[in-house]
Every structure is written in structure tokens, then in C-alpha cells.
Design a protein around this ligand. Structure first.
Ligand code: COA
Length: 254
């Protein structure tokens, strides 16, 4: 399996493990991540959840071949289940990010409470390059975090950015040598397990109070748009071009 789920000492860990494809996420992987998040959120013994990849890659985002062949049909698709699960998670979420964090690899961080990045981390939101639109309420949360213009630079131009810029933007708590990222995230998670779970849950809920409904509404709008765009010819050209290792040609589309 390309997602390793484990639990020890009050910490549930979800590890992406598909190194040959830079941890690109397929539908079965989304399903496994959604199930793991829901189970960890429901399990009393779990006090904190850690998500990580390897010290070389967090994730290259949605698997474009899978999206091309099996575009999600409706809200019950694993990709949307994962998004609902991470946005609705009531326990502290800690992420360790190293190497590429593309698309959902960056947008999921907007729903994490603590984010640690390796100095090799490379964030990117290439939705426009792929003829898609933002997801996971990033069209709401990124402008709130970074300001409209900076968010537009990331969401429209899709320019990659490094760990230092992500930290300065407020997306990342701390930048570490890549090999130290996962151990540090686990150490921070261990600190959380020693705190009263009720207080952490209340703090998380209060920090998002008033935003929850807006996030859910925006995700609904984004998902409708995203689904429609996924099967449009522009996105199919973008995905095919990536898989054929060539530049996309959008000149034939209006
Ligand atoms: N979907 C499917 N396959 C992917 C993938 C993705 N999102 N990202 C990488 N891969 C595959 C590559 O096709 C390649 O497969 P191959 O060895 O069979 O040719 C393998 O993973 C390694 O990727 P490669 O591009 O050679 O690694 P890199 O280190 O040069 O670049 C990335 C890493 C992440 C910068 C680059 O792979 C990339 O831009 N991927 C696409 C990211 C993307 O657009 N994601 C969707 C966001 S919505």
C-alpha cells in the first residue's frame, strides 16, 4: 500500500509512501488517508495526528494519470472524502514537509495546526497551469493568510516557492534540515499528547469558530468547479502533456 498508517503513544501517523512517483496521490490513497483521518479522530487513544512523506518528497499532488482516467464523479469520490476529513478533523494535525509539496500537498497544510518544513521543501499550486481551480478552501484560506496579491501569485501564476517564503507567509512554523523534519514533527506531536486533549480540541474549535461554515461552503463551490474543469479539454491537454513530458498547448482553446 502507498499509504502507511500507524498509531503509537497517542500519535496516529499517516505516511505517504510512493517514492517512485514522488508520492503522487491516487484515489485509493485518498481513500486510505480519509479513512485513517476519520478513524484517528474517532479513536479516544489518539491525541494527535501526524502527516508526512519522506525526506525527499511530501507529495507531487493529485496523480494526474489517475485523474485523467478516473475523474472524480461526485462528492463521494475519495479525493473529496479526504478533503472533508482533513477540513473537519477535530484533533491537532501536524505535518512534516520535505521536497515537493504540489497542489493538495500545499493546500492540505492550510488545515494543519503545526507545519514543519525541510530546507528542500518546494511548494506549488499549479492549478491554472493544469486548467483547474483552487481546492480545499485554498481560495479562501490562502488570501486570508498571505493577502490577496501574494495568494494570486501562487494560485494564478502557480510559481513554486521555498520553505523560507512559506515560513515568512505563515504557512510553516519552522524550517529544518530535511532529515530532521519528520523527527521534529513527531517530537512536537509528542508534546501535544502530554497536554489535556479537551483543551486542544476546544482551542482548535475556537480558532476555527465562524470559519467552519465558510470553509465548507467554499469547498462545495470549489469542488463543483474543479469537477467540471477536470473533464474539460484544457485539463485533459494539460494532464496528457505532463504524462507525455511535453509542454501543454492551450492555443486551440478560447
Ligand atoms: N501524477 C502522476 N505522476 C507523477 C506526478 C503526478 N502528480 N508527479 C510526478 N509523477 C511521476 C512522473 O511522471 C515520474 O514518473 P516516471 O518516472 O514514470 O516518468 C515520477 O513521478 C518522478 O517524477 P519527476 O517529474 O521525474 O520528478 P522531479 O523530481 O523531476 O519533479 C515534481 C518532481 C513534483 C516537481 C514533478 O514531478 C511535477 O511537477 N509533478 C506534477 C505535479 C502536479 O502538477 N501535480 C498536480 C497538482 S493538482
Amino acid at each position: 500500500m502507498d499509504v502507511l498508517v500507524s498509531s503509537a503513544g497517542g500519535i496516529a501517523t499517516i505516511a505517504l509512501d510512493r517514492p517512485a512517483k514522488k508520492n503522487a496521490i491516487t484515489a485509493p490513497m485518498y481513500q486510505a488517508m480519509a479513512d485513517a483521518l476519520r478513524a484517528a479522530d474517532a479513536e479516544g487513544a489518539v491525541r494527535c495526528i501526524v502527516i508526512h512523506g519522506t525526506s525527499e518528497a511530501f507529495t507531487a499532488g493529485n496523480d494526474l494519470e489517475d485523474f485523467l482516467k478516473h475523474p472524480p464523479q461526485d462528492e463521494s469520490a475519495p479525493v473529496f472524502r479526504f478533503m472533508a476529513a482533513i477540513a473537519g478533523c477535530t484533533k491537532p494535525l501536524v505535518a512534516a514537509v520535505a521536497g515537493p509539496a504540489v497542489g493538495v500537498g500545499t493546500t492540505m497544510l492550510l488545515h494543519c495546526d503545526l507545519v514543519y518544513a525541510g530546507d528542500n521543501a518546494r511548494f506549488a499550486l499549479p492549478f491554472s497551469q493544469l486548467a483547474l481551480c483552487p481546492e480545499l478552501a485554498s481560495s479562501l484560506l490562502l488570501p486570508m493568510l498571505a493577502g490577496h496579491q501574494r495568494a494570486a501569485e501562487k494560485l494564478m501564476l502557480g510559481e513554486p516557492f521555498g520553505a523560507e517564503e512559506a515560513r515568512e507567509m505563515g504557512l510553516v512554523n519552522k524550517v529544518l534540515p530535511a532529515a530532521e523534519t519528520i523527527p521534529h514533527a513527531l517530537a512536537q506531536a509528542a508534546k501535544l499528547t502530554r497536554l489535556p486533549a479537551s483543551s486542544l480540541r476546544a482551542t482548535k474549535r475556537l480558532m476555527r469558530s465562524g470559519l467552519g461554515a465558510a470553509i465548507a461552503q467554499r469547498m462545495g463551490e470549489e469542488n463543483d468547479q474543479f469537477r467540471a474543469m477536470l473533464t474539460a479539454p484544457e485539463a485533459r491537454e494539460a494532464f496528457t502533456a505532463f504524462l507525455e513530458k511535453r509542454k501543454p498547448d492551450f492555443s486551440k482553446f478560447g
